[in-house]
Design a protein around this ligand. Structure first.
Ligand code: HEC
Length: 106
């Protein structure tokens, strides 16, 4: 019984850590260009015309696989968007895709 409680607790802690981790990674590695809210209202965002990820049209046009690919391999159109596959784990990249989905404005 005690083990089961501990297990449930450990699992829910792990799930929370997952979500927090994506936000942390975003803040540490992505925010400087893409902005806290993905709108890219940053110096580099303006200079490079980075897309506003909160736009429903962008969210609709991009599949999870498209987003994952840009994060893993970088952009073929703009070398400022680097490949992160050697810096992030596949799980972190997946979590970032989920995090980017939360930017969509209603
Ligand atoms: C040094 C600035 C910079 C950083 C840091 C950066 N990006 Fe980017 N990112 C860009 C630029 C510039 C583009 C536009 C590329 C293009 O036009 O194809 C881009 C494009 C993207 C796109 C595709 C958007 C589209 O055009 O459809 C995604 C997704 C993305 N970045 C995610 C991330 C994530 C996640 C991180 C952090 C792990 C990150 N970026 C960090 C500069 C950056």
């Amino acid at each position: 019984m005690k083990t089961r409680v501990a297990l449930v607790l450990a699992l829910s802690l792990a799930a929370t850590a997952h979500a927090e981790n994506a936000a942390e990674v975003w803040t540490a590695k992505c925010k400087s260009c893409h902005g806290e809210d993905g709108k890219a209202h940053t110096t580099l965002g303006k200079k490079e015309s980075i897309v506003d990820m909160s736009q429903p049209a962008w969210q609709k046009a991009e599949t999870d696989a498209d987003i994952r690919e840009v994060i893993a391999d970088g952009s073929s159109r703009n070398s400022k968007m680097k490949a992160y596959k050697d810096k992030l784990t596949p799980a972190q990249i997946d979590a970032l895709v989920g995090y980017i989905r939360t930017f969509q404005s209603k």
